[in-house]
Design a protein around this ligand. Sequence first.
Ligand SMILES: Cc1cc2nc3c(=O)[nH]c(=O)nc-3n(C[C@H](O)[C@H](O)[C@H](O)COP(=O)(O)OP(=O)(O)OC[C@H]3O[C@@H](n4cnc5c(N)ncnc54)[C@H](O)[C@@H]3O)c2cc1C
Length: 416
Amino acid sequence: MNPTYTAEAESFRAKIQTFLKEKLPKDWQGMGALGPDQRAEFVATWRPTLAEHNLLAVAWPVEYGGSGLSQLERTVLAEEFAKAGVPTGGDNDGFSIGMLGHTLIEWGTEEQKRHYLPRILDGTDVWCQGYSEPNSGSDLASLATKATLDGDEWQINGQKIWTSSGHKANWIFVLCRTDPEVKKQAGISFLLCPLDQQGVDVRPIVNASRHHDFNEVFFTDARTAKENVIGGVNNGWAVANTLLAYERGDDATVTGIRHGEELNRLIAAARGKGKLDDPLIRQRLAWCYSKVQIMRYQGLRAVTNAVNGYHQGPESSLNKLLWSEYHQKLTELALDILGADALTPSGRDAASGVGFDDVASPYSSQGWVTTFMGARPGTIYSGSSEIQRNIVGERVLGLPREPRNDTGPWNETIRS
Ligand SMILES: Cc1cc2nc3c(=O)[nH]c(=O)nc-3n(C[C@H](O)[C@H](O)[C@H](O)COP(=O)(O)OP(=O)(O)OC[C@H]3O[C@@H](n4cnc5c(N)ncnc54)[C@H](O)[C@@H]3O)c2cc1C
């Protein structure tokens, strides 16, 4: 089952395939075929190649270094990259390009865009996300990290947690309380803050699969320039939500492709273990296949429904719900197929402790066990499933809002 595209889109596809053929190593199979060191080396040269050919921040407007491609062309490009198992950028580009870049384009001043966007493209600034706190996750608007103006600088005090790839970043976009006297959403500002300074301490958190993917970040009189506020002082809640929509929907067009490739690898593993004739395994694999197709069409719907260029809104929560809940079931099936091997996993580990393994990863029980572990938090990060359902109910379907008991000023309702 494959969607059909216009002739123009197909001719663009041919161009991208030629680009990949010319630029990738001759024996290229996919990132999964590389060892950990080779992987890092490849990304270090691949990212500048993409930048040089204007293929790095493809959804940004041309004036800020984007590609000027149509929605459909960008989808085709993402599809071809996903199929070939090549990354669309570096490790933190989901934060740098996908989240902060698009948010700056929507909310930044011209000066902020001209300053920060080129620095993302050339790799000078590498970003991470400072939203969650030990006491503020789903109820993000209750956050307590404080920023106060001190002359020409913001002074930041507080703690963020679960900061993915914070150890690979040199800047953080951080939500701070800048007015405690008003209702919680109204007193937040979206600040940009350098990490390489005395007042910031990034400490690793090692997850259950023994990967260091996220961190805690402590701010003790940390400093950032007064002008590093995006969207205006105390307007950070709106900016934060813009960014979250990009976080949840930016990959909608390729989730079906990536998950389809992973499903094919699982089918191959089931065949290798002689389990493809088991009717219950077949039934579960068929369920997975149908979900992957739904993801595929959901992604295409997101593209064809898009108006006025590239924008993500609350409907991006549907994409996030679909892939994260599917992936838990898929990886449970993977462990059932592995059987006893899953109890004593061995072989090559998955590239990341979160999400899925790369295209062309060879079969390994350790890889699947890590992927199983990495699927567990999928229904938590980027906002939990319960919160996504609330967003879909309230902001997409227009159902009545949840009752609230915390509509007063932040310092009275949250901290008293
Ligand atoms: C792998 C991983 C990476 C992450 N990376 C980042 C990052 O880079 N930057 C960052 O800022 N954060 C990050 N996070 C944090 C993530 O955004 C939060 O974990 C998430 O928002 C949930 O918050 P919490 O953990 O505090 O859980 P809680 O908010 O305490 O939720 C606990 C449970 O209660 C449920 N619940 C809460 N409120 C409601 C409600 N109103 N209705 C129904 N149920 C509700 C939740 O769904 C959940 O099941 C990451 C998390 C993980 C697991």
